[in-house]
Design a protein around this ligand. Structure first.
Ligand SMILES: [Zn+2]
Length: 419
């Protein structure tokens, strides 16, 4: 594809350590470098105001650093993240070491170069190279468990991971063995890492109806305990949502929830189609819904959340820049937003970074960020008791947060009344 992608460069050093660790203490081990954030104009305007009121820009930076620390330790749920797309260089190195015949490098320096993206075609090339490294059930188990380890380091407590079984079964991994490997990793992640994983099995739209049939068969006829949702990914252009209606009907009849991607690379009509034809209960991306006030009103009214992944949206050119991201318009319309990271290492991001981006775009303080985190819990398919427990944990974390950042004179972004 001809697009040139503005991938966020990686910084030279590690980010500041989080101020609070989760119950499992894993956060203390954070040392991996994370992508640098560009401050959008909204944040800069705060800085200008702070200078007008006699507060130095340094104080503003301190406040933002405190917000980054707050985000790092905040208990979170991640609802839009892809299985293979979550393979970090560390995980890819482990997989490549298991398959020395692969073209993917296994040493750190060569991998850093491998993960330096040039454009969208290169992204696809990397993605398919990682797909090719997942060849047997042990690869599936290792990939999944190690993704959970990366999540634990961000204090992600619950994730609905989008998995594409067709990619693996069409490469010869038996369906039952594939699901057993996922489930083995899920049980280990929950008991050893404190991360509850659930699955959304998605149809790779570009692979057509045969892939849809296979995905529905695995989801409905084989199935596994952690499976909660049914999705649709891949390109939208030339892949009408409505053709997948029979497969979504089957999945919904079996008790799964409908979470198709829509309105990322095409207009609001695709979101309408996802809602009316596929009975979407959440929408993957849906950024183009912001172009249609009637659709935004419907999503707000019907309680259909959008999974918004700002950095991914810029990388894929779904939106021209972070400054022009419609997040504010979507939130102001009363649509529930669940922040996601999509394919985090491939887009040079992670969920913490997405929270920092959203905080700057929306002008949020710690309470606003906590409200955003609670939105994701509300938009999830967790059991009610689990929702209540994670929500209470977020509230307790906010209540216990040191008040140092609210010292007199420190510029405070406003907390929106409702998110
Ligand atoms: Zn996605």
């Amino acid at each position: 594809m001809p697009h040139t992608i503005a991938f966020v460069p990686r910084p030279a050093g590690p980010r500041r350590a989080p101020a609070a660790a989760g119950a499992d203490g894993l956060l203390a081990a954070i040392s991996a470098p994370l992508p640098a954030l560009r401050a959008p104009p909204r944040a800069r305007s705060h800085m200008l105001r702070s200078r007008d009121s006699g507060v130095s820009p340094l104080a503003y930076d301190d406040v933002m650093a405190d917000l980054d620390s707050f985000i790092s330790g905040l208990p979170k749920a991640e609802l839009h993240v892809h299985h293979v797309g979550s393979a970090s260089p560390r995980i890819v190195a482990e997989l490549a070491a298991r398959h020395p015949d692969s073209t993917v490098p296994a040493d750190a320096a060569a991998l850093a170069d491998f993960f330096t993206f040039r454009d969208f075609a290169h992204f696809i090339e990397i993605y398919l190279s990682v797909v090719d490294l997942v060849r047997d059930p042990e690869d599936v188990r290792l990939l999944t468990y190690e993704i959970a380890r990366d999540m634990a380091r961000q204090n992600i407590r619950y994730a609905e991971l989008t998995v594409t079984p067709y990619s693996s079964t069409s490469r010869g991994i038996p369906d039952r063995a594939f699901l057993d490997a996922l489930e083995d990793a899920r049980r280990g992640a929950e008991s050893e890492l404190g991360v509850a994983l659930r699955w959304c099995f998605d149809i790779p739209g570009e692979a057509g109806l045969a892939a849809a049939e296979e995905t529905a068969r695995i989801a409905v006829d084989v199935g596994c305990e952690g499976l909660v949702a049914f999705g649709l990914g891949g390109p939208e252009m030339g892949v009408p949502r409505g053709q997948f209606k029979p497969y979504f009907d089957r999945a919904l009849a079996a008790g799964l929830r409908s979470v198709p991607h829509a309105g990322e690379t095409t207009g609001p009509q695709t979101v309408w189609d996802a809602v009316t034809e596929l009975r979407a209960e959440r929408i993957g991306h849906g950024t183009s819904a912001a172009q249609d006030p009637k659709l935004l009103g419907h999503l707000a009214e019907a309680g259909i959340p959008l999974e918004i992944c700002p950095t991914s949206n810029v990388a894929t050119k779904a939106v021209p820049s972070l400054d022009e991201h419609p997040l504010r318009r979507i939130v102001d319309a009363g649509v529930l937003v669940a922040l996601g990271s999509d394919d985090p290492p491939m887009f040079g991001t992670d969920l913490n970074t997405e929270y920092a981006v959203a905080a700057r775009l929306l002008g949020l303080d710690e309470a606003g960020v906590a409200a955003l985190a609670k939105n994701s819990v509300a938009a999830s398919f967790m059991e009610p008791a689990a929702k209540a427990a994670l929500t209470a944990e977020i509230d307790a974390y906010l209540a216990a947060w040191p008040a140092a950042a609210t010292a007199p004179g420190a510029p405070r972004p406003a907390t929106p009344p409702a998110l």
